[in-house]
Write a protein that binds this ligand. Structure first.
Ligand code: GAR
Length: 223
């Protein structure tokens, strides 16, 4: 099950990867925003879509819990879901809910990550995939993919580069969760039964390109 709020490029990458990996099947795409572009990708792929309407977090999350109860997904994938989940929800989901975040956590949790890294003197940027917990963008890290920050670059260009990395990394991590290569036990992430370092599995632009040759041409056009 995918949750999103916006354009849905990660959702599109995950849907495309279903056919490549054949290890998972997206059962539904949910959004708090009825006009979210990501819902169109789901409809085009004939995946059921549901909205989480309502003016309050309580109403939205009651609907979310209802769909989780009904659909019983093995994995819940936050793909640009821009609402903070309450502890009522996160307590239910800590074992099986992933989030992707556009920075190398623990740097730059929250919003405007690209602007903030550009204002710093960091030489690297990227994205992180982690299990959620009750703190924002702070759950156990599964993996990070990084790229060198080649200034001058605008925040919009950087966001595009990071999204291209996300599109390679996130489907791979979902595949590894679906095939049980990644597991979470007592707040420690394991990959093939080995504990993963607290910073997550590390991928660079080069290793991502070697591992995920499929989307390389589109990626190279962005850098
Ligand atoms: C992605 O860059 C994702 O990492 C970010 O929103 C974007 C969604 O793009 N998520 C967050 O900032 C969550 N804290 P998309 O709608 O094109 O997939």
């Amino acid at each position: 099950m995918i949750l999103l709020s916006g354009a849905g490029s990660n959702c599109a990458a995950i849907l495309a990867a279903q056919a490549q990996f054949k290890s998972f099947k997206v059962c539904a795409v949910l959004s708090d925003t009825v006009t979210a572009g990501g819902l169109e990708f789901a409809r085009a792929a004939r995946i059921p879509t549901y909205s989480l309407p309502g003016p309050t977090q309580h109403i939205r999350e009651t609907a979310l819990l209802h769909y989780i109860e009904q659909l019983k997904p093995d994995l819940i994938v936050l793909a640009g879901y821009m609402r903070i989940l309450s502890s009522n929800i996160t307590q239910h989901l800590t074992q099986n809910c992933l989030n992707i975040h556009p920075s190398l956590l623990p740097h730059y949790p929250g919003l405007k990550t690209h602007q903030r890294v550009l204002a710093s003197n960091h030489q690297q940027h990227g994205c992180s995939v982690h299990f959620i917990n009750e703190s924002l963008d702070a759950g156990p890290l599964i993996a990070q993919a990084s790229l060198p920050l080649q200034r001058p670059i605008t925040a919009t260009q950087l966001a595009q580069q990071v999204k291209a990395l996300e599109h390679l990394l996130y489907p791979k991590i979902i595949h590894w969760c679906a095939t049980q290569r990644i597991r979470l036990k007592a707040q420690t992430v394991y990959f093939d039964h080995q504990p993963v370092p607290a910073t997550g599995l590390q991928f660079t632009l080069d290793t991502m390109i070697k591992k995920c040759s499929k989307s390389i041409d589109s990626f190279k056009s962005l850098i």
